[in-house]
Design a protein around this ligand. Structure first.
Ligand code: SF4
Length: 396
């Protein structure tokens, strides 16, 4: 019953370590991993790795586990920002449905589909970074490397249990081939290292693989609440003013653990009001007002189901000490500060991907592979029927 009632799909989790080990041991498969931004914050504290060495350690550990290629998920966060901010600015220019909600958290998307389907037109049509990365690897990388899609096995490593449900959605398996074949939580990945008896003190740091090696600090910030909004604001200001910004890149007002944070940017006569919500219960008062036709005073709203964002995902080890979550958040902020590129739209590998493959943001090919449409669940959740009531879901 709990599985059916869970509003964000998180309780439908299955461990996929066995599937991944089988793929790694299958000589006909090229097995590709990509790692979410928030995973390195946990790896850093779990294995005692300094924040500036966490990315190299992650890549080295995954190679040692047997993955053929290891990409950085933050690359897909950059791709998401370019697609989603372009969509947002188009909505502003063309008086589209506003406010626009982010769609990168599958827990939040599931919640909307099941409990507030009337809100779907407000959701960005962008797929989450996980699904954008899967579709890009299965289409762009497969072609580049000359590998049949069927022989490419794509594994996402994330802090999130809802992403397992997301990867299994039928719309993310065009022609019956899933864009993301398996999803491991950070805990499952650490367990795999234990099962293979890897001595993590001997891991040789490695770089992530081409062609998605470069990531921006903005993409790294995705791992904590406010990161998506901050990355989007860094791009929106540039697009609205037509000028490259080199300072005032930090939007500290949207960082942190409060349930609702706000920021406003003014650029070239346009005012953009941004809200950042973490924890689903903090989204409900805003949603109820929007559905009643009340102007909530925001244009762009980021929602993350987990309080504090992905650093608090259920696939991470449970924090044992006070301050652990703040420490995880600080790892991401520190990495952003020392990043060569701090804006998604200046990531050279992203620019090359558009030049060589997608054409331009929101192009027809980008729409085909990087966007989707979300659907009402029509009151059906698994075998049960759902009826809506504030702060609860009933299965009858
Ligand atoms: Fe998953 Fe939680 Fe991150 Fe949403 S906020 S993507 S549910 S870990």
């Amino acid at each position: 019953q709990c599985v059916n009632a869970c509003p964000c799909g998180a309780l439908e989790a299955r461990s996929e370590k066995g599937k991944v080990f089988r793929a790694i041991n299958d000589p006909t498969k090229t097995v590709v991993a990509f790692v979410a931004p928030a995973v390195r914050s946990v790896v850093s504290s779990h294995y005692g790795i300094p924040y500036d060495k966490a990315s190299g350690f992650m890549a080295g550990l995954l190679k040692k586990l047997g993955f053929d290629k290891v990409f950085d998920f933050s690359f897909a966060a950059d791709l998401t920002i370019v697609e989603e901010t372009t969509e947002f600015l188009n909505r502003v220019a063309n008086k589209g449905v506003m406010p626009q909600f982010t769609s990168c958290c599958p827990g939040w998307v599931n919640f909307v589909e099941r409990r507030y389907p009337e809100l779907i037109p407000h959701l960005s049509t962008c797929k989450s970074p996980q699904q954008m990365m899967g579709a890009t690897v299965k289409n762009h990388y497969a072609k580049l490397a000359g590998i049949n899609k069927e022989d490419l096995y794509v594994v996402s490593i994330v802090p999130c249990i809802a992403k397992k449900y997301e990867a299994a959605r039928p719309e993310f398996a065009p022609d019956g081939i899933r864009d993301v074949d398996a999803v491991l939580t950070s805990l499952e990945m650490m367990r795999m290292a234990e099962l293979k008896r890897i001595d993590t003190s001997t891991i040789e740091p490695q770089e992530f693989d081409e062609p998605y090696r470069q990531v921006s600090g903005a993409g790294i910030l995705f791992g904590a609440s406010g990161g998506v909004a901050e990355a989007a604001m860094r791009m929106a200001v540039e697009k609205l003013t037509g000028k490259v910004i080199t300072d005032h890149l930090d939007f500290e007002e949207v960082r942190g653990f409060e349930g609702l944070k706000e920021a406003t940017i003014q650029a070239n006569g346009t005012t953009v009001r941004v809200a950042v919500v973490s924890g689903l219960r903090n989204a409900e008062p805003i949603i109820e007002k929007i559905l009643q036709g009340v102007d909530v005073g925001y244009d762009l709203i980021e929602v993350m189901a987990c309080p504090g964002g992905c650093i608090c995902g259920a696939g991470h080890p449970v924090p044992e000490k006070v301050g652990t979550l703040e420490q995880r958040q600080q790892v991401l902020i520190n990495i952003d500060k020392i990043s060569t590129y701090r804006k998604s739209q200046e990531n050279p590998d992203i620019l090359r991907l558009y030049e060589d493959f997608y054409g331009e943001p929101n192009s027809p090919l980008a729409h085909k592979l990087l966007h989707t449409h979300y659907h009402p669940v029509n009151g059906d959740v698994g075998r049960g029927k759902v009826r809506r009531k504030a702060n609860s879901v009933f299965v009858t």
